[in-house]
Design a binder for this molecule. Structure first.
Ligand code: FES
Length: 125
């Protein structure tokens, strides 16, 4: 623990107190290359901590908003002989006739700037 304690109690405060942080906004524009290079570790730590915090607390948006949410996994199975000449399956998870497409992807695409569409299976003629 001695090396960690020494880094936290001695090296970090020394590093921070020696940073060339200017007293005015204009001072940032007068910093030299060496000054900016000396601040890279600080920016890396602050950037890394910010990104880790964002990853931890970012809003989750599930692919499936409300279909069979009590099931552990949504699985639908069909016999290909029973599909008829054509079947359109939803891939946007917004259809009220899921797993079939009901055209809800159009509204979803418009509001979310997306381009998802159904999987269409046609019988060979
Ligand atoms: Fe979901 Fe058409 S409604 S792909």
């Amino acid at each position: 623990m001695e090396p960690v304690s020494r880094i936290v109690k001695e090296h970090v405060p020394n590093y921070l107190s020696n940073l060339p942080v200017p007293n005015s906004i204009g001072g940032w524009f007068r910093l030299g290359v060496k000054d900016w290079l000396s601040m890279i570790p600080l920016f890396a730590v602050v950037g890394g901590a910010s990104y880790a915090t964002y990853r931890l607390f970012r809003p989750k948006s599930p692919v499936n908003p409300d279909i069979k949410k009590t099931d552990a996994k949504v699985v639908d199975s069909f016999n290909i002989e029973d599909l008829g000449d054509k079947a359109a399956f939803c891939r946007c998870w917004r259809s009220s006739k899921f797993p079939y497409c009901d055209g809800a992807h159009g509204k979803y695409n418009k509001t979310h700037g997306d381009n998802v569409g159904p999987l269409i299976i046609n019988k060979k003629k």
